[in-house]
Write a protein that binds this ligand. Sequence first.
Ligand code: ADP
Length: 169
Amino acid sequence: MVTLDAVLGDITRQDVDAIVNAANTRMRGGGGVDGAIHRAGGPDVLRDCVARFPDGLAVGDAGWTTAGRLSARWVIHTVGPNHAAGQRDRSLLVSCYRRTLEVADELAARTIAFPLISAGIYGWPRRDAIAAAVDTILAAPTRVGEARIVAFGPDAYDEVRERLSAAGV
Ligand code: ADP
């Protein structure tokens, strides 16, 4: 079973096999964590997005690219539902975590760092975004050994810790 932890900080600084990006369907960069990952990873990340995903990705799906200059080996991009734009089907958010872990298994990644997908610009209510993240990662049939949820601020960090405690972690 996967070990799940909470970390407060910047996902681009995580020393893991795979860093997860909250991307958009075009997969050509964006704001928030997407912008931070492309800035830190450098142009190879975008080049690989264009080469491997000429048509981008569907909401709820995931796919990998190089991590460029990041210390991780891969970036796994996943597209969360845009709650602010009316995409409120929770199964799509759950699918992001499941699909990302399936891709991680294809890569034989052992350690992975997730941001809180959809909880920023896409406006998914944070407590529910955290519940979806924690519950889905813990229930996933994955060979990933260590997963961490990277919270970008102290309030989010405390809420992730609370949810982990409630889940018995
Ligand atoms: P989305 O468009 O899926 O909502 P965002 O990037 O806007 O994606 O936000 C997703 C989450 O990532 C938010 O909780 C935001 O605070 C957080 N975030 C933004 N930048 C970083 C970063 N460098 N490291 C970790 N988390 C980040």
